[in-house]
Write a protein that binds this ligand. Sequence first.
Ligand code: NDP
Ligand code: 5RP
Length: 505
Amino acid sequence: MSEPKIQKIGMVGVGSMGSMMSLLFAEHGYHVFFFDIEQSKMDDTQSKAQDVNLHEYVVGQDSYSQLCKSVSSDSQPRLIVFSIPHGLAGDKCLQGLLPSLTTGDIVLDCSNENYKNTERRQEELRPYGIFYVGCGVSGGYQSARAGPSMSPGGDREAVEKILSILRTVAAKDEGGRPCVNYIGPGGSGHFVKMLHNGIEQGMMSVIAEAWYILTRGLGLSYDEAGQVLRQWNESPELSKCFLIAIGADVNREKDDKSNHVVSYVQDKVVQDVDESEGTGTWTCEEAVRLHSPAATILSAHLFRCASADLKKRMKTEKVSKGTFATKPLQVDDQDSFIEQLRMATYFCFLLCFVQGLNLLRQKSEKKGWEINYPDLLHVWSAGSIIRADGIMSLLQSICSWPRMKPDGDGILTDQTLEKELSRSFDSTKNVVLKAVEGNMIIPAISQSLEYYKYSTHTELPTQFMEAELDYFGHHNFDIRGHGPGEAKKGSHHHEWKPAKGTSDK
Ligand SMILES: NC(=O)C1=CN([C@@H]2O[C@H](COP(=O)(O)OP(=O)(O)OC[C@H]3O[C@@H](n4cnc5c(N)ncnc54)[C@H](OP(=O)(O)O)[C@@H]3O)[C@@H](O)[C@H]2O)C=CC1
Ligand SMILES: O=C(CO)[C@H](O)[C@H](O)COP(=O)(O)O
């Protein structure tokens, strides 16, 4: 006999994501009971449900206990979905819900949460027999309404119990396969979403820098830049890349006075520094802690942080006035330079994925998560912000399990990938040269180039750095020509300058 199906869902947090997910669940026949501490969001969700005639399926609740009561059933566990800010909010929700929850109930946290909080809550709830599943949700509020990409992680049995619901509502790939797969135990689902956002930050910086070159460097109008991005989105390398597709829209969108909206958007990205979102910061922390050189991602993140404080930038601009100004780029043939910029964007996008996946490999090894990479890439293939058909199919062909095993070599050793990177290297280099000449601002593009160079080269300036370290710190070194050795302190020391006291002769 098949298990009775969950028919009711409790939704906690109905902001831009939660309200849309409520409608999505309801549209698929689930009864949604929702609660939010913000009355305006409650009212808003109720009226949105009314607008689409789903009000009988989407019903506001006064409290956590009322919500739990409404969702309860004799034969099935309760499913409570969170879509709330990270950190304290989740703990407060659990505190409020706990007296009304019972053994077997499942909390599916669809927020962007730090995986460490996820794992702590899993442990805290274990004695009560309550499951806490950390689930990444990607695609913004449009996908939350139409079908997002979902990465659930935690207790496998708990995830299995709700997987059919997630499959019903998740984005579907071109073959109709739902973009949701079990990721792994513990906080792996939230970790993977964090990493997705790290990759997203890298890609967003690259495309923003390319846009700057098109408009500031080459003097294209917004409409022309939009047209270029539209064409890129149809090219094999960048085909069906969400961030490029919406980039074309962003360039073309006009307000009711026929002004381009993008023309008056302030150049500040604030959600990292005001800590309303944490995923970018956590990705960088993880990269640094794991000694994983995610250079494009880190550079993109720091760039965003620097952009947030415009007041400070205005002051420093005043002080440094005249040091540099952006200049039109001198290119012989504009069309072929734009083609180089397209290939440079491809090069940098590939490296965002390389850096993100390498970081995941390292983390997964430490945590014993045994991530299935083809399954993960499939989760990201539709609905998600980082979807990009051309890149995903390339990655699908190279992220096979042996290579991604903890003791495998990682994807940068793959010949197919290397072919793609080497055929776009010269374009990237030329874009960087021209952009530097024109004083363009290209932190993520330039860092991608450097990352590729130092990751694939065996004669680095660190030779000199290691010598200086030995000079002043007796840190030892390995000998060139004696093979790669381990990533451990070498066994050789040279007495560059013996230490002497002031009284020594
Ligand atoms: N926006 C996006 O594109 C995406 C967001 N996410 C993640 O999804 C989550 C929700 O995002 P989003 O909808 O944009 O955020 P919103 O701020 O729009 O919505 C969150 C809602 O949760 C409410 N809330 C906070 N604490 C509690 C609580 N203890 N009990 C009940 N409700 C509470 C908030 O109220 P108040 O405002 O008063 O705090 C707010 O109304 C976040 O973790 C975000 O990182 C994931 C993917 C995409
Ligand atoms: O999670 C998301 C998309 O996937 C949210 O849109 C989030 O706000 C993106 O934030 P960031 O770029 O700071 O990670």
